[in-house]
Write a protein that binds this ligand. Structure first.
Ligand SMILES: Cc1cc2nc3c(=O)[nH]c(=O)nc-3n(C[C@H](O)[C@H](O)[C@H](O)COP(=O)(O)OP(=O)(O)OC[C@H]3O[C@@H](n4cnc5c(N)ncnc54)[C@H](O)[C@@H]3O)c2cc1C
Length: 382
């Protein structure tokens, strides 16, 4: 047990916390990056890192471009195949390169790149348990009994963020939350590692089943949907997952001879379908802790990275002006919501209005096949 003094505490070293830390590597600030686990550690996810997220990471730290180009455990995605009910797959081609990388490896690579600079102090296996703010400082106590004191704290500690709960009063709201399960398979057949597969089917509405290759014969496979439907329809996601595979001839041709390599595990998705409190006296929230997941597709890595970068820019201004109060930190909140809220509000409306309607899905599928214009619009939405 010890007391540590820093300028800034970042709680959580996932993509949000790591991006924020990387963006502050040259700042001269004394920063403690805390995580609940030793790295490498798994994070239940689809492992798909969108091109915009890759681009943002490289803009934060240009050396990551070469690092990830050389990184052997990735697949480069160029297309998505959309299977709508029993229709033939719709192929959507992307201009920019996205990656699929097991989160265990991706997150570890980011943390290693931080450690190599020696500019940030990393404390793995230090779970933040309690946080208190007063006029002078913020102090975070860990499960082990260590205390970290600083001018500001950033909550980057994911969907169950203690910082968000303790400082922003965050509570799970099923209307703005998703549930999903995921497993890894080996010996997968008839897949192209450059092509992600999404299955939009009446049995998994409002949500989707995914098969994202992580090599020529391995895949990340999962299903997710909005929590309010899981509860109201009493859906057991694990049962749905296996039943869906059993009943789909297309998935049988890919997974029929495959072996499941991990437990089928679930995790929550806090959707950005309402405006959350993401700042206050001496704190900012980013990534899943700020409920930034896109409600249409479950994408959260890219917003985690961009919000991490935006928080870092705000922190630089806060230390320059010696201002850490709620009033000053509102600028971060305004920037974040200003950048994303309009888009997310529209996406939420689309999801809430159409996502559980199989007829609309069939019509969209039909129009996507027939009309390049609808295909392009749908691509933008994805
Ligand atoms: C099944 C599933 C599939 C998904 N698929 C995709 C996908 O394919 N692509 C995509 O873009 N997004 C996907 N998402 C969303 C994505 O996983 C998250 O949005 C993303 O991980 C958010 O990053 P983060 O850094 O905010 O949080 P996290 O990645 O959750 O990182 C939080 C970090 O905080 C640490 N932590 C937790 N508690 C504490 C504590 N008390 N003290 C200190 N540290 C703590 C954790 O150990 C972790 O390292 C998926 C989510 C789920 C559940």
């Amino acid at each position: 047990m010890a007391t540590h003094h820093y300028d800034l505490i970042i709680s959580g070293a996932g993509p949000a916390g790591a991006s924020c830390a990387m963006a502050l590597e040259g700042s001269g600030l004394k920063i403690a990056l805390l995580d609940k686990y030793e790295f490498p550690r798994d994070k239940i996810c689809g492992d798909f890192i969108a091109a915009k997220g890759v681009r943002e990471l490289i803009s934060i730290k240009p050396s990551l471009k070469e690092r990830f180009e050389k990184f052997p455990h990735k697949v480069v995605n160029r297309s998505t195949q959309l299977f709508v009910n029993k229709m033939d797959p719709i192929q959507i081609d992307w201009v920019l390169k996205s990656y699929t990388i097991k989160r265990e490896l991706f997150d570890n690579e980011l943390v290693q790149s931080i450690l190599e600079t020696g500019k940030i102090d990393f404390f793995p296996a230090h779970a933040v348990k309690d946080v208190e703010v007063n006029d002078q400082e913020v102090s975070a106590s860990t499960a082990k009994g260590d205390v970290f004191k600083a001018k500001m704290i950033i909550g980057a500690d994911g969907a169950h963020s203690p910082v968000a709960k303790l400082l922003a009063g965050y509570k799970v709201n099923r209307n703005h939350y998703g549930g999903s399960v995921r497993a890894y398979y080996s010996g997968v057949e008839n897949i192209d590692p450059a092509v992600n597969e999404i299955y939009a089917h009446k049995d998994v509405l409002p949500g989707y089943f995914w098969l994202f290759p992580i090599s020529a014969s391995e895949a990340n496979v999962g299903v997710g949907m909005q929590s309010r439907y899981i509860t109201s329809k009493k859906i057991n996601l694990k049962e749905l997952f296996y039943r869906f595979i059993d009943q789909s001839p297309v998935l049988q041709s890919k997974l029929g001879n495959a072996q499941i390599e991990s437990k089928l595990e679930g995790f929550g998705l806090p959707f950005y379908s309402q405006k959350y409190t993401v700042s206050g006296n001496r704190f900012l929230l980013i990534g899943d802790a700020a409920s930034m997941i896109d409600p249409t597709n479950g994408e959260g890595i890219m917003p985690a990275i961009t919000s991490g970068n935006m928080a870092a820019q705000h922190i630089l201004r806060a230390f320059e002006k010696e201002r850490f109060d709620a009033g000053f930190n509102e600028a971060f909140s305004n920037n974040l919501h200003g950048r994303y809220w309009k888009e997310m509000r529209l996406k939420s409306w689309v999801v809430n209005t159409f996502a559980d309607k199989n007829r609309v899905l069939n019509m969209m599928g039909y129009l996507c096949v027939k009309s390049p214009f609808i295909r392009r619009s749908f691509k933008k939405l994805l």
